[in-house]
Design a protein around this ligand. Structure first.
Ligand code: GDP
Ligand code: MG
Length: 162
């Protein structure tokens, strides 16, 4: 089986946009992971000749009650299944309580966790990134999933962490 990269984070931070960015034009097959809830959709991706599975954990989870429970479950699912976890936050919004809750859980992971500061669309927005150190997840990696800014650097980091 291919290494699994899980993309987690609260709604609207740009997880699905990042997944599409990772898949790029060479994108692969969409597959529902059999036997699990639909809150996980996996795709096959390719970067630098290495194949891996990228898991978008974004769906609404009917078993979870409220955002806090939903993010908790998402993070736990990621820790159970993923080889590398990518926690996405919205750098334009900053660290929210929900981001903190996710970070608190993921900090206990024995798998590598990469903190992504998304929506850094231009150099001006780099200033928003520093405060995300407060999540205690190490260095925030600035990207723009929408425009592709620094997404190659992020993919290099993900592969290095596998
Ligand atoms: P998800 O709920 O985490 O999967 O978030 P989506 O991928 O659906 O994106 C939520 C919204 O954020 C959409 O309107 C996206 O176009 C927008 N978005 C995602 N990535 C970026 C980015 O890098 N920059 C900006 N400015 N907007 C983004
Ligand atoms: Mg989504």
């Amino acid at each position: 089986p291919l290494p699994v990269v899980a993309i987690v984070g609260r709604p609207n931070v740009g997880k699905s946009t990042l997944v599409n960015r990772i898949l790029g034009r060479r994108a692969a097959v969409v597959q529902d992971v059999p036997g699990v809830t639909r809150d996980r959709i996996s795709y096959e991706a390719l970067w630098n000749g290495k194949r891996f599975t990228v898991m978008d954990t974004g769906g609404w989870d009917p078993k979870a009650v409220g955002m806090g429970a939903s993010i908790t479950r998402q993070a736990q699912l990621a820790m159970e299944t993923a080889d590398v976890i990518v926690l996405v936050v919205d750098s334009q919004v900053g660290a929210t309580d929900t981001d903190l809750a996710a970070a608190r859980i993921l900090r206990r992971s024995d798998r590598p966790v990469i903190l992504v500061a998304n929506k850094v669309d231009d150099e001006r927005s780099e200033g928003n990134v520093h405060e995300l150190w407060s999540l205690g997840m190490g260095e925030p990696q600035p990207v723009s999933a929408l425009h592709g800014r620094s997404s190659g650097d992020l993919l290099d980091l993900i592969l290095d962490a596998m």
